[in-house]
Design a protein around this ligand. Structure first.
Ligand code: BV8
Length: 257
């Protein structure tokens, strides 16, 4: 898919004068790594479930084993996948722009795996389990080897208090980690440009960050193969898959105007 070269150049021009870049990413940036987005119908065993139904404390309370197995399935998906050219292009921006901060809604850890140095994980990380009671403070992380083995039909249990373990992610109707959200707000309000990549712009409070950036005077670039909630507010909308668009944006930025 060839992206409009004039729009790529327009976006590169916004980045040429940029000292502080905030990048907000969603599930779409990991699509080309083979990890389905929340909007994709999940396949096979999980096709009949709605992610927004499974990623909730209510679902876990009702059926902890089902929810825990869903995350085991997603961990296996991520373990078999890798960052794609979109993730690496964001790393390539770092030597070109004084300050680059990644604010991600994703829990797959691909930004850090690709080499991004400043990553704010708004919704936690698939890679870690925690005690569902946070018995030793929030979060009480439990390494895989330390968990009490799962009894049939149950998730593993906390070695300290025997509560069920759960993934260290933020579910719907749960508060985001305060320090991550405060940092993301501060970065969004002080950036010169916000680059939004691969998000439908629906889930709050992450979806409000681009509006904070614009209200604070930042320019907005949105990258998505389809229109999303952020696109209409963007100064430049780059329509295409991020694995193709972002490397072209980096190449244009490296080429003197
Ligand atoms: C909270 C971790 C309060 C778990 C996730 C205000 C208004 C309305 C609703 C609310 C509101 N405030 C709160 C809510 C409720 C809710 C919410 O936003 N609901 C939505 C559905 C309306 N928010 C919450 O519950 C949040 N908590 O506000 O708590 C509170 C305060 C104090 C005390 C108690 C409570 C918590 C939200 C976090 C939920 N956890 N993830 C897990 O992963 O399992 S959210 C999860 O879904 C993802 O992390 C992500 O954030 C979201 C999916 O969004 P996207 O990333 O955008 O992905 P999506 O599939 O939607 O879109 C993909 C996009 O990629 C598409 O646009 C597509 O076109 C594009 N794409 C496809 N291919 C490509 C591509 N782009 C680029 N390249 C490609 N190749």
């Amino acid at each position: 898919m060839t992206v409009d070269r004039a729009l790529i150049e327009q976006a590169a021009q916004l980045l040429r004068g940029c000292a502080r870049l905030a990048v907000l990413t969603g599930a779409g940036i990991s699509k080309e790594s083979g990890v389905p987005t929340f909007r994709d119908a999940m396949d096979g065993l999980w096709a009949r479930y709605d992610p927004q139904e499974l990623a909730t404390p209510q679902a876990f309370a009702r059926n902890p084993k089902l929810v825990y197995d869903w995350y085991t399935y997603r961990r296996e998906l991520v373990a078999g996948a890798a960052p794609n050219p979109g993730h690496y292009a964001l790393v390539d921006l770092e030597p070109l722009i004084p300050e680059v901060t990644i604010i991600t809604q994703n829990v797959d850890g691909f930004h850090r795996a690709a080499g991004s140095r400043t990553v704010i994980e708004l919704h936690g990380s698939l890679g870690e389990d925690r005690c569902s009671a946070n018995c030793r403070g929030a979060p009480t992380l439990v390494k895989p080897g330390a968990a009490l083995p799962a009894a049939p039909g149950e998730p593993p249990r906390c070695p300290y208090c025997r509560s069920f373990l759960r993934p260290n992610v933020v579910w719907f109707n749960e508060a985001l980690p305060v320090e991550a959200l405060e940092r993301a707000m501060q970065v969004s309000r002080s950036c010169d440009v916000m680059l939004v990549v691969g998000t439908s712009g629906v889930v709050q409070p992450a979806a409000s960050l681009p509006y904070w950036a614009v209200r604070s005077g930042a320019k907005l670039i949105d990258v998505n193969p389809g229109m999303d909630e952020i696109g209409p507010a963007a100064d430049v909308f780059l329509q295409g898959p991020s694995g193709e668009v972002l490397p072209q944006l980096v190449d244009a930025l490296r080429t003197p105007a």
